[in-house]
Design a protein around this ligand. Sequence first.
Ligand SMILES: Cc1ncc(COP(=O)(O)O)c(C=O)c1O
Length: 476
Amino acid sequence: MHIPQQGLSKEEILDTLQAFKSRDMNWKAGKVWCYVYNPGEDPAQVTREAYLSFLNENGLDPTVFPSMLKLETDVVRAVINLLRGDANAVGHLTTGGTESIMLAVKTARDKARREHPEITQPEMVLPRTAHAAFHKAAHYLSVEPVLVEIDPQTFKVRAEDMRAAITPNTILLVASAPSYSQGVIDPIAEIGRLAQEKNLLFHVDACVGGLHLSFMRKLGYDIPDFDFTVPGVTSISTDLHKYGYAAKGCSVVMYRSKDIRKYQIFASTETTGYTLINPTVLSSKSGGPMAGAWAILNFLGEDGYKQIVREVQEGTRKLVEGINATDGLQVLGEPVMCMFSFKSDTINVYQLADEMSKRGWYIQGQFSTSLTPRNLHISVNQGTIHNVDALLKDLRECVEIVKQSTPIDSEAIRAMVGAALQSPDPEAALTQFAASAGLTGTELPSEMAFINEVLDALPDELCNVFLINFFNDLYV
Ligand SMILES: Cc1ncc(COP(=O)(O)O)c(C=O)c1O
């Protein structure tokens, strides 16, 4: 578009914006099983109003906006208390899990730079199930990720495998509580002992689990300790915009003490401009997400969260049982909270996701690795639990439809990818192949099964190249 010569009316603008959503999946009807965490209309309304009431306040400078300092310290302290940190624990609000994780990695890198200048190529030990945000942090911050395979039955990393991956260059150990992909908790206590023995920092990614698991524990569920009560855990990330049900743009990164956190903060007085002190990545930042988070924590209260967690766990139990009882489907591992994935040994799960999508459901495909099968992921939340029975019914019907339809020839695709990789110019050959799969141009694909099949057959590095090219084409 061009900026219009004359401005449009408010009505035109809002109607047009609404119309842009016409092809979006319908999260409001609870049909999207990831991405959106909906606490219901009343809490969402409170969050919206609180968010808008701080839209223009700028978190850049707490001396001008003490309200920002108050909101941030309140929310951070509430989450630290929930995660059983003591008075020495500290933290910051960030824009999301990715930023929290990047800051934890930056903190580890800069602490190592100060205390271990002999380490010139820092490494962090990452379970295969750790979120891609760690790989992004590694990429941005020049820290080498050292990948550790997981147990293919439980989908948890083994502490002894983490131990074997430690080198003199290691600056950080990472584990998840839980991992997004299969929703299982790594052996946090064991890895904490390892971190202490080796005098290493240890970050627990509780982006999805921090709040939900803590309320499960308070409700009496058997949840292994994953928080600041575990000796050796030095930092934790917990997203408010996931199972805290806050509006997007809010996570918290926490440290056991200020001695560690100080490496996160950046200051600059080198320029002709104003003095800059930034604890997080952003400099100017809206007070909206902070106010939204403050509002939802106070509106729901412990009782409100516990009620949600109870209902969501009940819905998850039904869903997991229903999926396991569906011929051809099997839930992977033993998911501990309300996120899990399932595989099929009889049908192509990517085709199943496409069939479900024709009925308005969004279920996320996940690729295979050398030890784990391709699968579909479901995150259950308050906004989707009323659809558990409807989802199960459609899943069963769609499994039958896929059984009757022409299967995608995975073997042939793998053979073609293999042949392209052997050709004199693998990237050119594969680009042609990707085009035939619909992974080029400026249009969004309507069906994903074939594309996923091709991507799953590619080696990770090439797959990443194709995805980058895809987005490079898609956006102006
Ligand atoms: C375990 C885990 N860590 C980190 C992230 C990244 O969070 P965000 O998307 O808020 O950046 C996610 C996102 O789903 C996650 O599940």
